[in-house]
Ligand binder design. Structure first.
Ligand SMILES: [Zn+2]
Length: 453
């Protein structure tokens, strides 16, 4: 079995101790030792030794909310509210095909890897007819880049004619959605330990799907033993919408149809009432916090510190690149800290709490805290090794340097023991090519969308 030994690094395990001069030993796809000082003597076999001098080792970051296809539609409706932005972008999105998704996902996942992400989810909820297998395209991109992947088969079934926000031509009907979602689970979901691919079920949002779709999606997901995801309480417009249509806040509405629970994680949760915070905590529902996207759309500041105080699971996410252009996941630590503090004061979120939501918190959202999100023997070998001996060296505490400073260079990124980034450069696909494929996807989508823009 192939062994990787990292020594002389500041090791932040997240779930336990920090070792200022520590080691990590990886055998195959698992961590077998973590501790202070040099690594225990290795037995026979091939060993790669990495000198971690000047580096901070953390668990690989977990991205808990994304829309990879949006890489192809960045920089549009830049001053719109969420609803204005969506109604502008539904048009070009209705023209996307599998080639657009493949290129966008390749660039988006490469970008995530470059900012220390080892596991990403993706929420894909738009499937225009006759444009190829979009879900397969992003799964293939994740395999190529080498990240652990939790794609969510999303959906919308409530178009304008039924009181929803999206135009009718971008929504699917309930039966098609359920059949396609079940087929995606059967084809791709791997529940086995160490899995690189798990599928979730994800109707898009309360203002774009019917109550029936939410109820039937929960039934399907629970029958199959997969997780549920959606957007919730992102903007005040949404609360207005659910109050008008259902007479409830978004959280109350979801609660009323069995959509809160330990197998559910929700993107945003910006506009929560005290009772909502309490319900999310007591039902062990996860929240994916996307601070840059919330700021870019002027949506508001999520009550992350209150959710954490209440004991709720909170992960970090970049959200789609169309509402948070080129945001690096590691940079969201600082963004989360700054926004919490700007609103709730200087003790609202610490550097170590931010690192924890970006790792273990995200793992909890995905139901994988027993395998990823911390560094301990038996965990999967998903490790980010950050260089903090350059400009960052002027800050004594390397966790503070990572959380408060700009994203440091990545000396190494391991996913299941496999090198995905080395020397701050993508190792699995030529980095420039990944960027080019993303730009090509953008140009292709703009060409396909010419008639509707
Ligand atoms: Zn989103």
């Amino acid at each position: 079995m192939r062994r990787v030994v990292i020594e002389n690094a500041h090791v932040a395990t997240v779930s336990g101790e920090e070792y200022p001069d520590g080691h990590i030993v990886v055998d195959g796809d698992r961590i077998t030792a973590v501790g202070p000082g040099p690594a225990p003597e290795a037995g026979a076999g091939e060993t790669e030794r990495i000198d971690g001098t000047g580096c901070l080792a953390t668990p690989g970051l977990v991205n808990s909310h994304h829309h990879l296809y949006q890489w192809a539609s960045q920089g549009m409706a830049v001053d719109g509210t969420l609803f204005e932005w969506l109604t502008t972008l539904y048009k070009p999105w209705s023209k996307m095909d599998a080639e657009v998704v493949a290129g966008a996902a390749t660039a988006g996942l490469a970008w995530l890897a470059k900012s220390g992400c080892t596991t990403s989810t993706d929420h894909h909820y738009l499937f225009p007819k006759g444009r190829g297998d979009l879900f397969a395209a992003e799964i293939e991109a994740a395999r190529e880049i080498g990240l652990r992947f939790h794609p969510a088969r999303g959906s919308m079934d409530r178009g304008e004619s039924q009181g929803g926000l999206p135009p009718d031509e971008v929504v699917e009907d309930l039966d098609t959605i359920l059949a396609e979602t079940e087929a995606a689970i059967d084809r791709y979901h791997d529940p086995s330990p160490g899995s690189m691919l798990r599928v979730a079920v994800a109707p898009c949002s309360p203002f774009s799907v019917t109550r029936d779709l939410l109820v039937e999606s929960a039934r399907l997901a629970r029958g199959k033993g997969v997780r549920l995801h959606t957007h919730l309480a992102e903007t005040l417009d949404e609360e207005e919408h659910t109050r008008e249509q259902f007479g409830m806040t978004p959280t109350e509405y979801m609660d009323s149809i069995g959509w809160l629970g330990p197998d559910v994680w929700l993107a945003h949760c910006v506009h929560l009432h005290d009772t909502d915070v309490k319900r999310l905590a007591e039902t062990r529902t996860g929240t994916a916090h996307c601070p840059s996207s919330n700021a870019r759309l002027g949506a508001g500041i999520a009550r992350v510190s209150h959710l954490l105080e209440a004991g709720a699971a909170v992960g970090l996410g970049v959200d789609g690149a169309a509402s948070a252009e080129l945001v690096p996941l590691a940079g969201e630590l600082r963004q989360a800290i700054y926004m919490q503090r700007a609103r709730y004061g200087p003790t609202a979120l610490s550097a170590r709490q931010a690192l924890e939501i970006a790792t273990l918190g995200g793992a909890r959202c995905l139901g994988r805290e027993d395998e990823i999100g911390s560094l301990a023997p038996g965990m999967l070998a998903d490790v980010a090794l950050w260089r903090v001996d350059g400009f960052q060296a002027a800050v004594d505490d390397p966790v503070v340097a990572l959380a408060f400073g700009p994203v440091p260079p990545l000396e190494r990124l391991l996913v299941g023991g496999r090198t995905v980034v080395a020397g701050d450069t993508l190792a699995t696909v030529p980095q420039d090519e990944a960027g080019r494929r993303g730009a090509d996807a953008h140009r292709r989508l703009m060409r396909l969308a010419e008639e509707v823009l």
